[in-house]
Design a protein around this ligand. Structure first.
Ligand code: HSE
Length: 421
């Protein structure tokens, strides 16, 4: 039997998809939480854009749950709650990735915890694992599929032949996308989450504006189809890694080989792979978007607070952000099919020390059939070995200028690591 438990009053900021699901979940799980913690959570006040007064809600609450998103007034509300010594739970990746340092300092000053498991990868306990379970590991690299909308879109395009627009419409209807899906498809949402993961994994002060990112708006069904020839799977991948004393944090569409743990993460699922010499790698996956899923992660943070086991964060150390990083690349060229073409392309790549790992040519006649001859077009698809991005870009710029190149070269990064057979 659940005990009554001491009432813990929650001031809920925001009652959208996640806020509404959270309020329902608190009511549904109150008995179980009372049994687990001896404390019974109860929503004592709700602030929406049209109802409620923050000062009154804050004065009455024991814990503030911020689910309004965006920077202001969320930053102001969270800072005031922490200054008042009240624990705060937030699912706001923009807020934490922009003002993390300032808010952690406020949390340290007052001793009131700030938890934000739901800000990254939905219900996956990535933050808890990085901060607690892997506290003894020196983490070198974190890869993540941390946006459910884009993973859903890419999966539907690859599996069911949906157009980009059709798949985006479905993701919105399912409640995965942000109110403005530009943040999803443009990579900004994933970039904010990777900034948070980098800060926690490496103990450094990384902010969203230091993350290089690109989205999936320009990905075509043809990119996905051509890459099948090399057995590659396309994902929007975030990477945070230590490089020569600095760190790089970036988000790009990237091809994965099938044996990479992230290659089999489909639909709206997210996954986070953590690499360290002492543990090799671990991958956590699960729903990364959706109201009830995100609300469940918020509730997990609430249980940590009720159990009085919140985490304490130090300041992030200053760090150099490395921009020019090594990667393997996929390059797709449309060229005239005549003697000397391949030699000139090879020469441009060779001049920049770019080495080709795989190569395929498909020849198409003007009518669309296959054959050979001087009036025909060829499609060249190759994957390089790892090379500095600046060198690869210089080679591609040179190739784009060649007279026989008929269309803008298409470039997509390739992640080479493979951990499982
Ligand atoms: N729009 C986000 C996504 C929701 O698609 O992953 C969770 O942050």
């Amino acid at each position: 039997m659940a005990g009554d438990g001491e009432i813990v009053k929650i001031g809920l900021l925001g009652r959208g998809t996640v806020g509404g699901a959270f309020a329902d979940l608190v009511a549904e799980r109150a008995d179980a939480i009372a049994t687990l913690t001896g404390k019974r959570p109860q929503v004592s006040g709700v602030l929406t854009s049209s109802t409620g007064d923050y000062d009154e809600i804050l004065a009455d609450a024991d814990v503030i749950v911020e689910l309004i998103g965006g920077l202001e007034p969320a930053r102001d509300y969270v800072a005031r709650a922490l200054a008042a010594g009240k624990p705060v739970i937030s699912a706001n990746k923009a807020l934490i990735s922009t003002y993390g340092e300032q808010l952690f300092a406020a949390s340290d000053d007052s001793g009131a915890p700030l938890l934000f498991e739901a800000a990254v990868a939905g219900v996956i306990p990535a933050i808890r694992v990085i901060e607690e379970s892997l506290a003894g590991a020196h983490i070198d690299r974190v890869h993540g599929i941390v946006n459910g909308t884009t993973n859903y879109i890419l999966t539907e395009m690859a599996r069911n032949g949906l157009s980009y627009a059709e798949a985006l419409g479905q993701a919105q209807a399912l409640g995965y996308a942000e109110a403005d899906p530009t943040a999803d498809v443009g990579g900004g949402d994933a970039a904010a989450k990777m900034a948070i993961l980098a800060r926690l994994a490496f103990g450094v002060d990384v902010t969203l504006d230091q993350v290089t990112y690109e989205g999936i708006e320009n990905i075509t069904a043809a990119d996905i189809a051509y890459a099948r020839e090399f057995d590659l799977v396309l994902k929007l991948v975030g990477t945070a890694e230590r490089i020569n004393g600095g760190v790089s944090v970036r988000v790009f569409p990237a091809f994965l080989y099938p044996s990479h743990p992230l290659a089999s993460v489909h639909g709206s699922f997210n996954a986070v792979t953590v690499e360290s010499p002492s543990i090799t790698e671990i991958t956590m996956s699960g729903p990364g978007a959706g109201g009830i899923q995100t609300a469940s992660a918020v509730l997990g943070d609430l249980v940590s607070i009720l159990n009085d086991t919140p985490r304490v964060r130090g300041d992030g150390a200053p760090v150099e952000i490395v921009k020019d990083v090594e990667s393997a690349f996929y390059l797709h060229l449309e060229v005239e099919d005549r003697p000397g073409v391949l030699a000139e392309i090879a020469s441009a790549l060779g001049d920049q020390d770019v080495s080709v790992r795989n190569f395929a040519q498909r020849t198409e006649s003007a009518e669309g059939g296959s054959g050979q001859g001087t009036d025909e077009a060829a499609r060249l698809v190759m994957v390089t070995h790892r090379t500095l991005e600046s060198k690869f870009s210089a080679a591609v710029d040179q190739i784009a200028e060649l007279s026989f190149v008929k269309a803008e070269p298409r470039v997509i990064r390739v992640i080479e690591e493979e951990f499982v057979d």
